[in-house]
Design a protein around this ligand. Structure first.
Ligand code: GLU
Length: 493
């Protein structure tokens, strides 16, 4: 294979969309797999809609995901002169021509062609064969013009072999002479994109199927410019359960990479999830290390059909695709604790719950806490919400735990302080001694041990479930255990 050079060319008109991120991921994987280069090119030709905030957001999102590029960012606007030069070259070589038709006449002709049910309703070539004198005359008269590409009028098909979709072709005669330069002198995106890919020596264009409407015309441009046509691979779109394109307008923040960063996703977990939206390794693996994914990736295994982003808007438990949440939970629970500890630190800092002793005296306690509680967690956010009681005193008690395990038994108002007294009297609380004390108290009171134990879980951790309560009695510092048990009173108001 010749040198692999791929590109990610976002238009900076908004946030980094997960669909865009997936395009970047596939290009990145392909470059890594073949020892190639990934070029980041910001396609900012649409100056009215491009913003610096969007450029910053895209770069930040890629960096967060861990997608590194080898060249760029290049900016399309910096190459405006080259885009014009290419259009002029095509004009000079008779491969493009100036068209002076007015919008009104074009519309009228199109309507008439449609009414007559003609198979070809594109531009009829009125200006295709104007003589240089006729062109000069119209220009002298100040008639505005666009530049159209002269599609070769010959039998046969223009085609390319799509790495995902196979042979794509169309008769030359079915393609109209398309515009490449607007009447204001600005080359169209379609042409700029090709000129940039030629300059950047792009070998493979891996992009969404939504760009396929351009591709055959772009193949014609490569040929007319005397350049080799890159390999194309068009990826399926990502749709929602109703088969509609996912967009911020319809689906909200969940379509932006930033959302996942803000909602406790691990970057590699999101990357892993997105990679599987429209690609599979040919077996049923779903969890990959970086090296495994690079090794497994191939364009041929990108799926032909559209991928479904499984998002049910009104289900609070699944605030995004459950598969994304599950993959995130998998990494959260299996990553080396030392690695996840720094990410949890970030969360705690943001929530104002970080205590510098977690990095010194209480480091062991901190790491053990993470190890104990992460088993049930799905995102980093859970450490400061579901796990809040481990790091702060101002936590709320889960409603079900409060109703079922505390309020149902008014006698707990005295039982839990009694338990506190027994803990206080004990020298050292270990999981074993805590079990003995709690069960001993239940026996003395003639109640099931589960009653004080479940209530203690609610008032100490705020949760209805979790790690062994005996271990937790030993894990929390004694003063906290005693205080939370004795404070039970305040809950019965
Ligand atoms: N700038 C285009 C986009 O953001 C990408 C075009 C391409 O990949 O050729 O959708």
């Amino acid at each position: 294979m010749p040198e692999v050079r791929v590109r990610f060319p976002p238009s900076p008109t908004g946030y980094l969309h997960i669909g865009g991120a997936r395009t970047a991921i596939y290009n990145w994987l392909f470059a890594k797999k073949h020892g190639g280069k990934l070029i980041l090119r910001i396609e900012d030709t649409d100056t009215e809609r491009s913003t610096q905030a969007s450029i910053d957001g895209i770069i930040e999102g890629l960096e967060w995901l861990g997608i590194d590029w080898d060249e760029g960012p290049y900016f399309q606007t910096e190459f405006a002169a080259e885009h014009c030069a290419a259009a002029n070259k095509l004009l000079a070589e008779g491969k493009a021509y100036k068209c002076f038709c007015t919008k009104e006449s074009l519309d009228a002709k199109r309507e008439a062609a449609m009414a007559a049910k003609q198979s070809f309703v594109g531009y009829d070539g009125t200006c295709r064969n104007l003589t240089p004198e006729q062109v000069a005359e119209k220009e002298a008269a100040g008639i505005p013009s666009v530049v159209r590409f002269k599609v070769p009028r010959r039998d046969g098909m223009v085609s390319y072999d799509d790495k995902v979709l196979g042979l794509i072709k169309r008769a030359y005669n079915d393609i109209e002479d398309f515009v490449i330069v607007r009447s204001n002198g600005k080359p169209l995106y379609l042409l700029c994109n090709v000129v940039d890919d030629i300059r950047d020596r792009i070998s493979h264009v891996i992009r969404g199927q939504d760009h396929m409407t351009n591709t055959l015309r772009q193949v014609l441009l490569y040929e007319a410019l005397g350049q080799p046509v890159p390999v194309f691979a068009h990826m399926p779109l990502t749709l929602d359960l109703n088969k509609a394109k996912i967009s911020k307008r319809s689906h909200g923040e969940i379509v932006a990479v930033q959302f996942y960063k803000q909602n406790g996703f691990l970057p590699w977990a999101l990357l892993n999830f997105l990679a599987l939206l429209g690609w599979n390794p040919g077996d049923d693996r779903e969890i990959f290390s970086r090296e495994e994914m690079i090794e497994a990736f191939s364009l041929e295994r990108i799926t032909k059909s559209n991928s479904i982003f499984n998002f049910k808007k009104d289900d609070p438990k699944f605030f995004t695709d459950p598969k994304a949440i599950n993959i995130n939970a998998h990494y959260l629970r299996t990553m080396p604790v030392a690695e996840i500890a720094s990410l949890v630190k970030g969360e705690l800092e943001e929530a104002g719950l970080w205590n510098p002793t977690y990095d010194s005296d209480k480091k062991e306690w901190y790491l053990k806490t993470i190890e104990m509680i992460r088993e049930r967690f799905h995102t980093l956010k859970d450490f400061t919400t579901l796990g809040r009681a481990f790091f702060a005193d101002d936590f709320t008690i889960d409603e079900a735990a409060l109703a079922k395990n505390v309020l149902k038994h008014p006698d707990l108002k005295t039982w839990l302080p009694l338990l506190a007294d027994r803990f206080e009297a004990a020298d050292d609380i270990t999981a074993e001694s805590a079990e003995e004390i709690a069960k001993g108290l239940a026996e003395d009171l003639g109640i099931k041990p589960g009653i004080p134990i479940n209530a203690a879980r609610a008032v100490i951790t705020g949760q209805i479930k979790g790690p062994s309560m005996f271990e937790l009695f030993a894990h929390f510092d004694k003063a906290t255990v005693l205080k939370r048990l004795r404070d039970v009173d305040r809950l019965y108001v």
